[in-house]
Write a protein of this length. Structure first.
Length: 154
């Protein structure tokens, strides 16, 4: 079951950051970007989260957030394009949860009026193929990670 996330899920989203972000950044200015900016003050305009529940436990999350040029995320493209974060707890990977969440979140972003969504991914991350199947294309590179963007049908 997938449900909409809210401010009560901030602790779970923060925990999921450990599973989502494990970069090998080479650029010093990127190493200093706080990962916490992906969840701090959750619930501001442009925030949206989906939580996948297995049994009674949350086991995966996908969310997006808008960033500014002065306070960008790792996959920042522009101030009108939200950046995606997605993670599945390791013991639940390989069950299609990531694809299910990604499909749902992309549809939600289109319904929310966004024209595109971005993300940052290491080129050797197994999820890269999933992103490409969902229309993400490389638009840049930063610190060895790819910045990808997908146009949304609205």
């Amino acid at each position: 079951m997938i449900r909409r996330g809210d401010a009560n899920d901030t602790a779970f989203l923060r925990d999921m950051l450990r599973h989502a972000y494990y970069w090998r950044w080479e650029e010093p200015e990127l190493r200093d970007l706080p990962v916490s900016r992906y969840v701090e003050g959750w619930g501001r305009p442009g925030d949206r989260a989906l939580i996948l529940i297995e049994g009674f436990q949350p086991v995966a999350a996908a969310w997006y957030r808008l960033f500014t040029e002065t306070h960008p995320g790792y996959g920042f493209v522009d101030e009108q394009t939200p950046e995606l974060t997605i993670a599945v707890v390791p013991s639940r990977r390989g069950r299609g949860y990531g694809a299910e969440l990604l499909t749902s979140l992309l549809a939600q972003a289109g319904e929310d009026g966004f024209a595109a969504i971005s993300l940052s991914v290491e080129p050797d991350n197994p999820a890269l193929a999933l992103y490409e199947r969902h229309g993400f294309e490389k638009v840049g590179e930063r610190g060895g990670a790819w910045i990808m963007r997908a146009d949304l049908d609205r």
